[in-house]
Design a protein around this ligand. Sequence first.
Ligand code: NG1
Ligand code: ZN
Length: 541
Amino acid sequence: MDSHRQSVIVQASAAHHKPEARLVYGTAGFRTKATLLDSTCFRIGLIGALRSMALGGQVVGLMVTASHNPEPDNGVKMVDPHGEMLEAAWEPVCTDVANARTPDELLAALNAIVQRFHISLDVRPRVVYGWDTRPSSPALVGAIVDGLQALNAEMIEGGLLTTPQLHYLVLAHNTANTQDSYGKPTETGYYEKLAAAFLAATDGLPAPPPLVVDCANGVGARALQGLTKHLPEARLPLVLLRSDTETQGRLNNGCGADFVKTQQRLPDGYANEERVRPNELMCSLDGDADRIVFYYLTGPASDVANFHLLDGDKIASLAADYLSELVAKAQLDIKLGCVQTAYANGASTAYLEQRVPVSCTPTGVKHLHHEAAKYAIGVYFEANGHGTVLFSPEARAAMARAQPTSDEAKDALMRLRNLAELINQTVGDAISDMLMVLAILAARRWGPKEWDAAYTDLPNKLLKVQVPDRTVFKTTDAERKLTSPAGLQAQIDALVAQFPQGRSFVRPSGTEDCVRVYAEAASAEDTEKLATGVAALVEKA
Ligand code: NG1
Ligand code: ZN
């Protein structure tokens, strides 16, 4: 870089002092306590600009959020031009730049990027950025803006957004005024696209009953309010609960998709909510609205035995079953497959394997997304409710040229096309997934019980274990087996063998400083014993 640029960067960086802590760009980008992130955000502004320059000035995205994590945390992640996660080769690049200790080290790290990726400094970078409702977000966005300005980037302010909305904006900007236009590159464009697709997908079907939505007191509340302005209430009746984004301390606190999935119970205080009633479908979003889980009650909310979770595995099963039926009815010769991780409930895998090809990848949506892209139609969901359905160009072409001969085939093809429009193609999107589920349930004439009847979840348990150094835990076989510490896997295997339908695995978290233990077995009692037994082995290792 020329000396003028370098001195601008050094001057700007003086206002963004780097703390001691070392940060790593992982599955969720950078994520930690918000108080540690100012210099990281400034620097990811610089890297975002360089990434856009490296791609000839295509728009890249920066999102400030810590998703389901506690309110005092925050994070930032980069989105590539097609709305996908940052290319893996750039992750260590981000880490290097974030950890440079002095202005000289920072310049050296940036110049190394320019050389390694043959970046032409004549290209004007373009970056769109958005943020969630955390109180720390605006200041961190200010730091990003400083970084972008230092490299004279064209800045497109997205404002308060869900993570999937930011992904949408990136792809919409890069495809604007082309044949492949994904939609108008505005927040309103996002609502218009979803609303039109939902109306088409549910045309002639019974309207859904009111859906109670727990918004995690996060940005999803705002997005759902935005969406409902574009849809008649009769077609999408929503009851928004936990939608307070103003009161400090409420975000993800006792509510939200992560709470409901990990605690396997209703959001706190739901027993006192008048709108919470048995046999009605409900759902929870997470703090940045890229995850969703559903649930319903079969009796009073006060008894936890009446609570039934319909998680990411149930969503995947519903979608894979329905979409593969439509493909067959539409007489299309394309292959639909499903992608899960080791956290998928064994009962869901057994159910899916009877219907479609199923693959298992390591945790983290980028792995699932890449694997799903190998199928003509790829359904992928993490058990925690993060996922989507990808329609490949091959599937789209087949859908476009199909000439259905019967009324049934015509109807199936029309439904498939509408769902392909409705489902977010860039990333898992709680709002788009919510609409997909409602559209499928309406087509099936199903309530939550009929949906749940597909299979019965095996009792399961997820534990966190604090260890001195989680990097000594190394895995293989899509994280289902440990290769290190030596001997531990054999001990786990021996314990698992004692429990009917037992399965357990251990892996280091990519987003928290802990090791996770997953266990499932035929009974709740056995599951508890297996999980605590494996956790004890991990602690001793
Ligand atoms: P880690 O912390 O690596 O287990 C968690 C989730 C992932 C994924 C990422 C990104 C579980 C068990 N793990 O990863 O599925 O969503 O966060 O947010 O839910
Ligand atoms: Zn999230």
